[in-house]
Design a protein around this ligand. Structure first.
Ligand SMILES: O=C(O)CCC(=O)C(=O)O
Ligand SMILES: [Fe+2]
Length: 368
């Protein structure tokens, strides 16, 4: 029946084109399987769907907590709003980020819980959280953060090996005990109504690359889209039950001299009948600790050094440092806040390593 809303969203439609995912078996990676490690480090431009990641129970618990938090009255959530000064933990209300250079407001709410606050529990490092969330630290957030850190660390080590980095290099750039922007995030978008094409052209979370190293992302409804290299059309990512999306962020792009690329993505309304439902997703973002200088690891890796030498004759642009991970995050985040939006130029100040020209091109195509 048209317009009928039941509690259970329909499954992702079979008849729409989706991005070809590379399914990786994390259990094999963990067991040191050379073939699976090779597959994981091949075709890096495809999105990776990770099965057997072992965090299913922790993920379910955080989905539940996230929903309970999002259902709190807005005034209560607003007491924890992240604000415009670069605090990146707490609550982000819808409309407080811009989604494109025209200043379109985003439609996502975030609950952002700092890894540092979770690991130091019960001592706050960055901030305190609403009672509902604080009460769930021991049972939900601590287990989720530990599992997520472990999965991402194992995958980073495999990528480090592929780059020929000395053992332990990736660990030294991502020390859990150091202060960092690592964060557990629950994301909510409200139900959407409208013509399919209009919905698909309107980003609820603007096109971006993730700011850190690796993201461990859990989707149930559709709505995540990627703009794969050498394509002109945004493609939906089909959520696979129990799988996680493994997303490369800017820091790995920079460390690897561009060999490992950040994947450009955005969130639009879930496709077809799913659009009428609230969308919840969640992620753990592993980022280098704040004091790490973002630079290509030329001294540490001949693979990176060679890549830079081949691509850039004089090597200057590519070898430039980008400041520290803490500074990188602050710049990207602050310039995304609606309060700091003063036109296209200010929006562009938040950009990371994405090929921004391609985003603008697809937005123009979308408008025609
Ligand atoms: O909700 C999603 O599927 C993606 C969210 C995302 O890209 C982000 O928070 O960086
Ligand atoms: Fe993202």
């Amino acid at each position: 029946m048209p317009g009928l809303i039941t509690d259970m969203p329909p499954s992702f439609p079979e008849d729409i084109a989706t991005h070809p995912l590379l399914v990786i078996d994390y259990a094999l990676i963990q067991a040191g399987d050379a073939g699976e490690k090779d597959r994981f480090t091949s075709r890096l431009r495809l999105h990776r769907s990770l099965k057997n990641h072992g965090a299913e129970t922790e993920v379910d618990a955080l989905f539940q907590l996230g929903k309970e938090f999002m259902e709190l009255p807005l005034e209560q959530k607003m007491e924890y709003e992240e604000g415009d000064d670069g605090m990146q933990f707490g609550y982000k209300a819808a409309g407080h980020h811009t989604a494109d250079e025209r200043g379109t407001l985003d439609a996502t709410e975030f609950l952002d819980v700092a890894k540092d606050d979770v690991l130091a529990f019960p001592t706050p490092v960055h901030r305190t959280y609403p009672a509902l969330v604080a009460a769930a630290f021991p049972t939900v957030l601590v287990p989720f953060v530990h599992k997520s850190l472990a999965v991402n660390a194992a995958l980073l080590a495999v990528l480090g090996e592929k780059l020929g980095l000395p053992d332990g290099t990736m660990e030294r750039l991502h020390i859990p005990e150091e202060r960092s922007g690592c964060v557990a995030r629950v994301i909510k978008t409200p139900p959407q109504v409208g013509a399919a094409q209009v919905l698909e052209d309107q980003a609820l979370l603007g096109a971006h690359t993730d700011f850190g190293s690796l993201s461990f992302l859990h989707n149930r409804l559709g709505g995540l889209q990627v703009l794969a290299p050498a394509t002109e059309k945004w493609q939906y990512v089909r959520p696979l039950p129990g799988h996680a999306i493994c997303n490369v962020g800017d820091a790995l792009n920079i460390f690897s001299g561009g060999l490992i690329r950040s994947n450009m993505h955005r969130v639009v309304a879930p496709p077809k009948a799913q659009a009428a439902f609230e969308r919840y997703s969640l992620a753990f973002f592993t980022r280098p600790h704040d004091s790490v200088v973002l630079r290509p690891l030329i001294a540490e890796s001949v693979v990176v050094a060679q890549a830079i030498a081949e691509r850039h004759q004089d090597g200057t642009a590519a070898t430039q440092e980008k400041g520290t991970a803490g500074e990188w995050l602050l710049r990207r985040l602050k310039n995304l806040r609606t309060a700091h939006y003063h036109g296209a130029e200010s929006y562009r100040k938040h950009l990371g390593t994405e090929d921004y020209g391609r985003i603008v091109q697809t937005q123009t195509i979308g408008e025609m």
